[in-house]
Design a protein around this ligand. Structure first.
Ligand code: C5P
Length: 233
């Protein structure tokens, strides 16, 4: 059975704009949504509870990156929000990722999925090498960060769809590849660099695609969502 799904990045600045967007979907159609920093910092945990109560699954994309103890304690707070997926930056180290997992795991052993960002899909290899002084190729960095995440016990990584195959090769089929950087064949890239179409993402091995502007800024977002699902599932 496939668990492939499309996650809509709800990158809105307010509760009103987000709910207005979600209200466009027909009764019973409850897309998996991503709440990122913009919305979370604007509205706080109440927006998470409200969207959860409407029946959506939620990926809370706060990309934690701090000392292990701080991340552990923050994850403990987030695990109380009953979201379905949360994340950290893999560059925070294996020790930080282990601490995140520990903090996230509830007393009864349950927890949301925990994934790690490898390299942001807006980062090019040139920037990674010249600005961040990571002197290896980008694919090698992604594979190593994925292995680190696996070693820490995480469920998968966030990476470019172009790197999903590489992640599966390094970490096994069951290790999740969650991939933003999705654009329809005829669309602009915006600020994204390492992009593919939904169909190519499926071919390469993505488990979840995270799609923002191609859906949220479309003239008919529901139709764009359905198109994404059709191409990807
Ligand atoms: O609008 P667009 O489809 O580019 O949105 C992609 C979403 O995925 C944004 O919310 C962005 O923060 C997120 N993301 C990303 N690259 C990563 C991790 C998350 O683009 N590596």
């Amino acid at each position: 059975m496939t668990h492939r799904d499309v996650i809509i990045a709800c990158d809105f600045a307010s509760r009103e704009a987000t709910l207005e967007f979600l209200d466009r979907f027909p009764e019973g159609r409850k897309p998996f949504v991503k709440i990122g920093m913009e919305l979370y910092y604007a509205e706080g945990p109440s927006i998470v509870r409200e969207i959860k109560a409407r029946g959506h699954r939620i990926f809370l994309d706060l990309k934690l990156h701090d000392i292990p103890n701080t991340v552990k304690k923050t994850m403990r707070v987030l695990s109380g929000l009953d979201v379905d997926m949360v994340n950290v930056h893999a560059s925070g180290t294996v020790a930080m990722m282990r601490a995140a997992l520990e903090g996230l795991t509830r007393e009864d052993g349950t927890r949301p999925l925990l994934i790690a960002v490898t390299q942001l899909t807006s980062t090019s290899e040139e920037v990674m090498q010249k600005e961040l002084l990571i002197g290896t190729d980008l694919r090698r960095t992604v594979a190593q960060y994925a292995l680190n995440a696996k070693e820490a016990g995480l469920d998968g990584v966030v990476c470019s769809p172009r790197e999903a195959g590489l992640v599966k090769e390094a970490c096994g089929k069951g290790f999740l590849a969650v991939t933003p950087g999705i654009r329809f064949a005829d669309a602009a890239a915006d600020d994204q660099v390492r992009i593919t179409t939904p169909a190519d993402a499926r071919e390469i091995g993505s488990d979840y695609i995270v799609v923002g502007r191609p859906i949220t800024a479309a003239p008919d977002p529901v139709a764009a969502y359905e198109k994404c699902l059709k191409e990807f599932i």
